[in-house]
Design a protein around this ligand. Structure first.
Ligand code: N01
Length: 531
């Protein structure tokens, strides 16, 4: 398939982990491709998120590409959980090693993409001109469209403001400053301990307390490193078979069947091991509220042990289901609230009323600060897509199609939008799996699919409405068997006012991969292929 009526076989929007590997895979298959990236450098999330303490909550040996055994062998991670600078260095290394940069156009934001029924090609509009391509592949990331709440008076604030996901490259010096952090999700939890060490005073505005598990970060255990290096492929395959596609040791035992003493031992062991594997301590933690309560009680007990002021400990203690908002991983978060220069303001009942020139007003109190850090998250999973004016067959708008929530088939395609693919789109495991293997799986699947179209003389592929409807139902059925829908998480779009409440990720990496493989093996069933 030559790019007969188009500049390229494919345009890939986004130059993070997903977009870069997609480019590599397309090249291997003999397709021409251009990556268009809004940032001034490659790396996606890891280009933008430079806030203090930014690091991954998946272990380094897993949060990395596996498409090249040589790359896997060569690269040496220095820590169990890698920092943002180290992950960015890794991505840069991959780009150089595989000569990817020459097909990446930086500093170029995509504003629109339009499918032409006559030519079966996409025209992708950017702030710096347009390109055409047979296929348009969205590698725009799940957590890239930042969310800053529309607090009244926001623009009147006289000091500096930052969003964790758009952190200045030169860094920020908080020395001697009175700093406010709004939000207590993963980004806040990582940055708060470090900002507190630097600032004169830190005031944290918390609407919902988060559950966070210590990272116990440090150098990678050399024995474990050898073990993985001896059989990296086996390590990857074993992880892919686990529910989150990551090495969280699974315990099939049910918490409600264990004795209190056994549970205490199990939770303590997981707490000491550190990281997100706390959630797989028992098989029923995300299925049964009583089971979940036992884990939640354990963490609340830890908060009471760590935080000296009982009133502050109580405010920091989450009440919602543990894990239904993403669990956080921290280094010294709860202990930070023992510092004399840190104040916690609960805005759950009395919300932030306004931003004023001098600070933040909550009820009758104005908190005067010099800088505000918005750790207020993202318009997750859909925002980066609906921010682009995407028009499918007959000029249909994606934004309008998804007005009541995203609808996809396998998270990869959406009916009415031929030759459009989404890497880790809503309806795929994405954020509830290890993202790097997830993007590789999608890029491999998309590459194979486009090669299949070429081999079979097909110009156009599009998810059918029936397949999409059935898939959306299936995604929801699975979510409804769990406790995930129980709280206001970004998985449900509940953090963005007015966003439809729809559970977006698919639960279960292994079964998902099997289904994608089956769809491909059956000639891309559920998709309409036309000459
Ligand atoms: O964003 P979040 P994040 N008034 O949406 C609060 C990944 N990540 O950037 O919970 C007051 O989790 C909001 O409160 P509430 C990871 O997948 C990974 O921290 O909606 N507060 C919440 O506390 C993560 O889950 C890593 O009530 C308001 C906070 O802002 C995802 O990115 C590191 C508010 C937003 O938390 C997003 O994390 C960082 C308002 N009007 C991120 N609006 C690692 O790998 C929102 N909030 C470790």
């Amino acid at each position: 398939m030559a790019a007969r009526r188009a500049d390229f076989d494919a345009v890939v929007v986004g130059g993070g982990f997903g977009g870069l590997y997609m480019l590599h895979r397309l090249r291997q298959l003999g397709f021409s491709a251009r990556v268009i990236e809004a940032g001034g450098g490659i790396g996606g999330t890891w280009y933008w998120n430079r806030y203090p303490g930014a690091r991954c909550d998946i272990e380094s040996l897993e949060y990395s590409y596996q498409f090249s055994p040589e790359l896997q062998r060569e690269w040496r991670w220095t820590e169990r959980f890698a920092t943002q600078p180290e992950i960015l260095r890794y991505i840069e290394h991959v780009a150089d090693r595989f000569d990817l940069r020459r097909d990446v156009q930086l500093d170029t934001r995509v504003t629109a993409a339009r499918f032409d029924d006559a030519t079966s090609a996409w025209t992708v509009e950017t702030e710096r001109g347009r390109v055409t391509a047979r296929f348009c592949i969205m590698a725009t990331g799940c957590l890239s469209s930042t969310n800053i709440p529309a607090f009244p008076g926001r623009e009147t604030f006289a000091g500096a403001t930052y969003h964790t996901g758009r952190w200045p490259h030169e860094g920020v010096d908080f020395t001697g400053k009175r700093v406010a952090v709004i939000g207590t999700g993963s980004s806040a939890i990582q940055s708060i301990p470090l900002i507190a060490e630097e600032a004169a005073h830190l005031t944290v505005f918390q609407r919902t307390p988060a559950y966070t598990i210590p990272a116990h970060n440090g150098p990678i255990d050399p024995d474990f490193l050898h073990e993985v290096m001896d059989d990296y492929a086996g390590f990857r395959a074993r992880n892919a078979a686990l529910p989150f596609g990551a090495n969280f040791p699974l315990n099939d035992v049910m918490a409600i069947e264990a004795t209190p003493e056994e549970r205490e031992r199990q939770y303590e062991a997981r707490w000491q091991r550190g990281g997100l594997g706390f959630i797989t301590a028992y098989g029923d933690l995300l299925l049964n509220r009583d089971a979940n309560d036992t884990a939640a009680d354990f963490v609340r007990g830890k908060i009471r042990e760590i935080v000296r002021d009982p009133a502050v400990a109580e405010k920091l203690s989450p009440k919602q289901v543990l894990g239904c908002k993403r669990l956080c991983v921290d280094s010294g978060y709860y202990a930070t609230f023992n510092r004399p220069n840190v104040t916690l303001v609960d805005v759950s009942e009395t919300p932030i009323e306004a931003i004023t020139p001098r600070g933040i007003r909550v009820g009758a109190v104005e908190y005067e600060v010099d800088c505000i850090v918005y750790a207020t998250g993202y318009d997750a999973m859909t925002g980066a897509l609906t921010n682009i004016d995407i028009r499918g067959s007959g000029g249909r708008s994606l934004r309008e199609k998804w007005a009541a929530g995203p609808r996809t088939y396998l998270g990869l395609g959406t009916a009415g939008f031929p030759n459009l693919f989404i890497i880790t789109g809503p309806g795929s495991p994405s954020v509830l799996s290890n993202m790097v293997p997830a993007v590789e799986q999608h890029a491999n699947w998309i590459g194979d699919c486009i090669a299949y179209l070429r081999a079979n003389g097909r110009e156009r592929i599009e998810a059918t409405l029936e397949a999409e409807d059935a898939w959306v139902d299936h995604v929801n059925e699975l979510a409804n068997l769990t406790l995930y829908p129980a709280c206001n998480s970004w998985y449900l779009g509940a953090n963005v006012p007015g966003k439809p409440r729809v559970f977006m990720p698919y639960l279960g990496f292994g079964p998902y991969v099997a289904r994608c493989d089956e769809v491909a093996a059956n000639g891309y069933e559920g998709f309409a292929l036309t000459p």
